[in-house]
Write a protein that binds this ligand. Structure first.
Ligand SMILES: [Zn+2]
Length: 420
């Protein structure tokens, strides 16, 4: 379906006329719009222009000036995220913006606050950009007059636990380093632990974790394994059945393989892929705990930054103790024969793009198969792509690119035969 408002323009003047017209008229459309896409009309010229790595050269988006409003800054508060990152939030006099009432806006980090030279009581411009959370884009300094408020100074200590904040080299954000006793970080770690790609605990979501934490039932991931149905069945919105589901789900997670337990620990920079590489290279968690930086860096895809992060994690006695308790609860903190089975080098050195809709397995399963067979799943097609694993309805742009670069396209069946 194409929009009935599409027009063919014959000159730049006509393009600007169209833009100017729609800048106001778009408010009468039944959908929210934030810009216009300009395209070269001739297919032949489109083909000649082609693509950059990221986008076509024959199309460009024109963004309308975002709607903005002027309002007063009352105070700045600070939120601590699950990684310990501290985000400053502007608390504003309520103001109407693009159909909603805005009371708060993100200030991102200390540099932004400094750049705006923000003072309490300032009249500030608020904009809704691409993000859902509005942001402050400027200060009306003329409105200050003689009554300039106190300059906004970024906090030095965590508002949740009082620890002195730190800033990593080359990063804009301030962090609370108190990983093991700062409430939002504790909850964040548990939420990550139970998430689908980690321990995948049925029936347990962030709201439930929050409730258990508030009630003092859990204070870390290992505490989950001590929960009894009787402890939780009488809680708000719970009941016998959900309580049993949760306890069973937690018990079942003891079968989750080593690589996913490693990911679930939430060690900084240790994502799914890195966790898999580690699980293949170490027999058990003790071997990992005692590994030095050189040994870690010898593992494929692990460089200085990740290796250092692993060393830092295990140099914290609280983390070592937690791992001990998880082990005592029967989690898979060692490699099994099963973990190693199914690993081959059949796709070693190959970069594979997955595209389309599949019938035999899910996309995630294909990704896993590629990795287990030594291949690498990459996002976009390039001359280095070994082949494309294509399901139904592969996008026309991808198809065209594959043909142009002469990249082989492989069906699901062909792929399964290849790795079987
Ligand atoms: Zn803190």
């Amino acid at each position: 379906k194409t929009s009935e408002h599409t027009r063919k323009a014959h000159s730049l003047e006509e393009v600007f006329e169209y833009i100017n017209y729609w800048d106001t008229e778009r408010k009468n459309l039944p959908v929210a719009t934030d810009g216009i896409v300009l395209k070269v009309n001739s297919l032949k010229q489109q083909k000649n222009l082609g693509f950059t790595a990221k986008s076509p050269r024959w199309a460009i988006a024109y963004k309308f000036q975002a709607e903005r409003a002027l309002t007063r800054l009352n105070k700045v508060t600070y939120q601590v995220g699950r990684t310990g990152a501290v985000t400053p939030v502007a608390n504003l006099d309520s103001v109407q913006l693009s159909g909603t009432i805005v009371k708060r806006a993100s200030l991102h980090n200390a540099d932004i606050i400094e750049g705006l030279d923000l003072h309490i009581g300032d009249m500030v411009y608020v904009e809704k950009g691409g993000e859902i959370i509005p942001k402050i884009t400027g200060v009306d300094k003329d409105a200050r007059g003689m009554l300039i408020g106190e300059k906004v100074k970024f906090i030095t200590h965590c508002p949740e636990c009082g620890s002195k904040l730190i800033r990593f080299e080359g990063e804009a954000a301030h962090y609370c380093p108190n990983e093991t006793a700062c409430p939002p970080q504790i909850k964040g770690k548990i939420e990550h632990f139970i998430s689908r790609k980690a321990m995948n605990i049925d029936g347990l979501g962030p709201e439930t974790v929050d409730m258990f934490y508030r009630l003092g039932l859990i204070n870390d991931t290992a505490d989950l394994y001590q929960l009894k149905t009787d402890d939780i069945k009488n809680l708000e919105r719970m009941g016998e059945k959900s309580a049993e589901n949760i306890v069973n789900g937690i018990a079942a997670s003891k079968e989750v393989p080593f690589e996913r337990v490693l990911f679930a620990l939430g060690i900084r920079f240790v994502g799914e892929t890195v966790a898999k590489k580690i699980a293949k290279s170490f027999t058990d968690i003790e071997e990992l705990e005692n590994a030095d930086i050189e040994k870690l860096k010898n593992i494929d895809e692990i460089g200085e930054k990740i290796a250092q992060s692993i060393i830092t994690y295990f140099s914290n006695p609280a983390n070592r103790e937690l791992v001990e308790r998880l082990k005592a609860n029967g989690l898979q903190l060692h490699r099994t024969e099963e973990d190693l089975s199914g690993y081959t080098d059949k796709l070693a050195g190959q970069s594979i793009v997955i595209s389309g809709v599949f019938t035999h397995h899910s996309r995630d399963e294909y990704k896993e198969m590629i990795e287990k067979n030594g291949g690498k799943n990459v996002g976009s097609i390039s001359s280095k792509t070994s082949f494309i694993l294509a399901g139904e309805n592969m996008g026309p742009a991808k198809l065209e690119k594959a043909q142009k670069l002469e990249v082989k396209i492989m069906s699901e069946d062909e792929f399964l035969t290849l790795i079987s």
